[in-house]
Design a binder for this molecule. Structure first.
Ligand code: NAD
Length: 260
């Protein structure tokens, strides 16, 4: 992990930029949920790539064995996870009228659990499975329970109880195209933003990582909060290096003091 660069001055400067904004748009990545116990992909040692190779993961929708492995690795953690400080601070930003649009690459539904209901989910949501044929939805919690009762060597997942077709986690991964409407709205929000804040993302996943470009091209200021370097750091107005929960709590503290 990179060394933290936090100073009271930097936190104050960030809080002021956020408070002075008219259109704050936030993009979150897997790094905002590691403090809730869900591994990200790229953190050294704890990232998911340590357990599932990138090559393997490409076959998630064509090889049921790999799909089962990923569901069993991520599913229980997502079902059990609770929102952490970052999710809660962002929900408060929304309540205070500071946060206009929240875009996430995450599939864990934790922003919604923290009562941030208007979320643009670029990669879908793993808390539900969807039937490929009749589009019925099923809670992941229930599917995991059914999977537990299956023999270890059974590869197939439970199927749709209404029509019998295959069901999949309602997520978008790797070479799949994003939901057009959601991506279009995210691009448009980025272009309209005056401050674009990225939290807990390596900014390596396309096309989510094009969003800061849209914001910068249209004159927004860029803030990055991450515990490792990203390729966008040189173009950011502020880079805060450290744990997202701690940083976001400090920013909220300053904002609340200034609003008194
Ligand atoms: P990523 O794994 O590529 O990057 C996460 C970044 O967050 C890393 O740079 C890491 O150093 C940083 N980080 C980790 N914990 C942090 C913390 N506590 N504070 C500050 N920074 C922290 O994740 P990404 O950019 O979101 O892209 C990967 C893809 O992974 C996304 O498409 C997402 O859908 C998927 N994913 C989602 C979840 C989830 O929903 N929680 C979990 C794993 C993967």
């Amino acid at each position: 992990m990179e060394e933290s660069n936090l100073t009271n001055d930097l936190i104050k400067k960030t809080a002021e930029l956020i408070l002075d904004s008219n259109n704050l748009v936030v993009l979150t990545g897997a790094g905002v949920s590691t403090e809730s116990g869900i591994p990200d992909f790229r953190s050294p040692k704890s990232g998911l790539w340590e357990k599932i190779s990138l090559e393997e993961s490409k076959y998630i929708f064509s090889d049921p064995k790999i799909f089962k492995k990923i569901v069993q690795e991520l599913g229980p953690k997502i079902v059990k996870a609770k929102p952490n400080k970052t999710h809660k601070v962002l929900a408060q930003f929304h309540e205070l009228g500071i946060l206009k649009t929240l875009i996430t690459q995450n599939i864990d539904g934790l922003h919604q659990k923290a009562k941030n209901h208007l979320v643009l989910e670029l990669h879908g949501n793993a808390t539900e499975f969807i039937c490929t044929l009749c589009h019925s939805r099923f809670k992941t919690k229930k599917i995991l329970k059914k999977m537990k009762s299956l023999d270890e060597n059974t590869i197939t997942l439970p199927s749709c109880t209404k029509c019998g077709a295959s069901i999949f986690m309602d997520i978008i991964l790797f070479d799949q195209p994003l939901h057009r409407g959601i991506f279009y709205e995210s691009v448009s929000s980025a272009q309209k933003s005056d401050v674009f804040l990225v939290i807990g993302s390596s900014l390596m996943v396309y096309p989510a990582n094009t969003l800061p470009n849209y914001a910068l091209e249209y004159g927004a200021k860029l803030i990055i909060i991450n515990n490792e370097k990203t390729d966008f750091d040189p173009r950011a107005n502020i880079v805060l290096r450290g744990q997202a929960g701690k940083i976001m709590s400090k920013i909220l503290e300053v904002i609340k003091k200034k609003q008194k």
